[in-house]
Design a protein. Sequence first.
Length: 770
Amino acid sequence: MGENLVIVESPAKAKTIEKFLGSSFTVKSSFGHIRDLSKKNLGIDIENGFEPDYLISDDKKKVVSELKSLAKKAETVWLASDEDREGEAIAWHLFKTLELKPEKTKRIVFHEITKEAILHAIENPRAIDMNLVMAQQARRVLDRLVGFELSPVLWKKVRPKLSAGRVQSVALRLIVERERDIQQFAAKSQFKIEGVFNPEGQAKTVKVTAEISERFDNEDTALEILKSCNGAQFNIGNIEEKESKRTPPAPFTTSTLQQEASRKLGFSLSQTMRSAQNLYESGYITYMRTDSVNLSKMAIAAAKQVITDMYGKEYSKTRQYATKSKGAQEAHEAIRPSYMSNIEVDASPQDKRLYNLIWKRTLASQMSDATIQRTQITIVSPSVAQKFEATADRVTFDGFLKVYMESKDDDSNDDSPEMLLPALKEGQKMNSLVIKATEKFTQKPPRYTEASLVKKLEELGIGRPSTYAPTISTLSQRGYIVKDNRPGQERSYKEIVLEKNEITSAIKTEMWGVEKSKLFPEDIGIMVNDFLVDNFQTIIDYNFTAGIEEDFDLVAEGKLVWNTLISNFYKPFHLRVDETLSASRPTNAERVLGADTKTGKKVLVRIGRFGPLAQIGENDDPEKRFMSLAKGQLIETITLEEALRLFDLPRVVGTHNGEEIVCAIGRFGPYIRYKGSFISLGKENDPHTISLEKCITLIDEYTSKEAKKSIKSFAEDGIEILNGRFGAYIKKGKNNYKIPKGVEPESIDLEKAKEIIAKADTGSKTRKKK
DNA sequence: CAGTGAGCGAGCTTCCGCTTGACTT
């Protein structure tokens, strides 16, 4: 004991490695970085070659002192942090902080947690790579300079407590620019022509749907084509068969796991990462923050075994994947099950679903290509200039598709489901049943989801696996963006139908633009972004990170000195900061919408102390009025009518039992206020138009529900048994208590209630009494 | 929880990447 101390970054990793090494090795973890720049000030001595001032982080003091005492006793200390820029820096900080002796310290690295890999690493130690450490230092210092000089500019020019940084500001820009693309997008309508045919000689129920590949801008053109189809004789033109292959996707990285968990399981980034962390800590999967698609030899062999056993030899195909994303540092393996033979794991339902996804993806990555037979036919007529086309894909060998199919991001309404074609031959007569021209609208660019934003950031080489989720949550904490749902709107479209030699046309309606869990910019986010774009073009350029990464690489190769890089960046940057502070005045995105229809006063929208507002009357008007903008309204796009409508609320609908009924929209949507209680209106009732009768119905429903709420009351002890949203519960003062399973709420007497409360209170010692 | 819409002007806010708990609801 104590002869050898191995230090890794993660405690779960330490536990695993300890099992591989003999009893002469103690394996501990540093829990990531142990030192960082001072949080209180810049932590960088700019005058003195940008010398960083490192401090041991408060939450790491305990770990550091423990490691220090262990290191003192050890014969050899093995620094086994990850083999990337950050990992090398951790090793160096450990070396410095623990005051290790060079002759007693060894640096080792491994990319996979297998006994073979660890032992190999122990046999091949090296020295700490100071060039790599300095590349990390450059990264750290640059990020601090950007963040701590840019944010204060925002405090002065826009609003306090805001933030800007190399990563978050680009992420924000992507969202704001996408929103503008969407606002400026004008949908074009086009006509798509589709025909349903019955092959001659086959049952009437056999139908082949085919469409003209060309789209027609003009309704008249579409009508002309339909006319030409009227009474026309159709035949199969030609039949073409093609064979194609589909290859499985690579095993999961953090980014692709987040994307697929979002698309297939509907998980948010944080849900995915929490589940993955659980699975990792239980030893079910490999490390979940990785940019590598590499699988260990052991994992590949295990996958091969499972595939052969479950599906047969023809389904197995060994593949090595290479990472192609920008800036990947490949310190770990891909995210995979620790043991491929573990088809299921003992975990929460949510964690199980994620595990299942990882298992399938990993397995699929080692499976054969799928073979797909594509049949394309054309249906032609001598009297019709255009040809109808139909495509059917048939899977002739499923290969990896047996276990896994990757999902697509876009919500393009791909309304052509898999179609099977009946047996057909060239020249065969096809009876047209219906030919339909439908007006279709071009699709606006899609708003980002959390996951599709991560994908974009990764493509741009911005951010790292450990920061994708936190970056997006910072943007929402600052109020720059919201993840939200938005209802769709109705839109009418034209449909022209040729059926039984008759052409009819109709106007139909469809829902359009429904958004679920999408990222929307808020006014303050738009304002900050525009300010940064105007004044700090270079920093929030999409290629800034990519360019600076090349410089970090030069530092890592010893071809560039780290503080030369920083100095070159800082001089022009700091100048720009000073110029911006002195030159530009505070920004306020005030927009004048026009005149109030009633008073003729000026109507404007701007950002106030509590967020965006609409204002009637000039600033010096003592009778000026204010209203907050509603959810989903932006200063940039709100209309005069929409703004004026805000002032119609709160609205007195009438009186009931001598009490006023007032309608308004609050933080949680539209509501009625009546006798001091608030009753939600729900989605279906509009507070602007709801009738007095309807309000009274809602009030009656509410009061009868309230009446049923109380089951029992022990007034003198302040204890109540109530019916809540999730069933019955006990309430004492401000605290709520769960009723144990199997206990009938009606059967609880005062004594029993007190017992439940006492039990719960001792269970959580820190329960706040208030 | 369902509102607010500045003057007085202290002292504070903030970055990106590594890692887990320890806290609530």
